[in-house]
Ligand binder design. Structure first.
Ligand SMILES: C[S@@+](CC[C@H](N)C(=O)[O-])C[C@H]1O[C@@H](n2cnc3c(N)ncnc32)[C@H](O)[C@@H]1O
Length: 213
């Protein structure tokens, strides 16, 4: 079983987060700035060229995808979101749509990495099939969409088979009072039975890694 421990620390989280914060000054909409940025960027640093495909459920205005797209190593990005405008930023009133996210990503995609925005409820089989049709498996995957217990668990059940051996899966908002469902879902999953090694909580994220064999 692969037990590559990634050296997370509060300092790393803060450094990575402040490094990217300026990126979002001109974002149309909002970045949900949390520990997911530091964790994802630390994992990208750890994986280096081995992160060929990044995916996420819950793209919002694109910030988490944009943070990763800054690195120059070749990588394909997949953002899955409902993208129908029902979610929006209350301050700017910018809706979460494919057009908004595309505008944000294109402005920041300085290395011209390929990316796909998959529109749909992650729990619908049609959405999963759209993702499968891309023919990709993920080296790094963020679950940051439906924060209910059933929703987060279902995202894991449906999308974890698409994680490559050795790939990392990150749940955002673990242990946050506002989103008790995420912790309840994560704590209820038998990761080892599903072939995942638990790195555990890191700030307000929870990190697991698919075994290599
Ligand atoms: C917390 S935001 C994501 C923040 C983003 N990852 C970031 O770091 O900036 C949650 C997003 O999940 C999306 N979402 C919620 N439920 C979903 C579902 N069942 N399927 C797909 N997307 C969903 C919402 O539209 C919203 O954009």
């Amino acid at each position: 079983m692969l037990k590559d421990k990634v050296a997370f620390s509060k300092q790393t989280l803060c450094q990575e987060r402040s490094r990217i914060q300026g990126l979002f000054d001109f974002l149309k909409g909002r970045a949900c700035l949390g520990d997911q940025f530091g964790v994802l960027l630390s994992l990208r640093e750890f994986l280096k060229n081995k992160c060929k495909v990044y995916g996420e459920i819950g793209t919002y205005h694109g910030a988490s995808l944009i943070a990763g797209i800054q690195r120059k190593e070749p990588c394909t990005f997949v953002g899955i979101d409902i993208f129908d405008g029902r979610f929006y930023d209350r301050d700017s009133e910018v809706p979460v749509t494919v057009d908004t996210v595309k505008e944000n990503v294109d402005r920041c995609n300085k290395h011209g990495h390929p990316y796909f925005l998959v529109e749909g409820n992650s729990h619908d089989i049609e959405t999963l099939n759209k993702v499968k049709a891309l023919g990709l498996t993920f080296n790094l995957f963020l679950i940051d969409g439906d924060h209910s217990e059933d929703g987060a668990r279902e995202d894991f059940e449906m999308y974890s088979p698409l994680i490559s051996p050795g790939g990392f899966l990150v749940f955002d908002d673990y242990g946050i009072d506002a989103w008790p469902g995420v912790k309840a879902a994560v704590d209820s999953i038998s990761f080892e039975e599903k072939g995942f090694y638990m790195h555990g909580a890191c700030g307000t994220t929870f990190v697991v890694q698919k075994e290599c064999s």
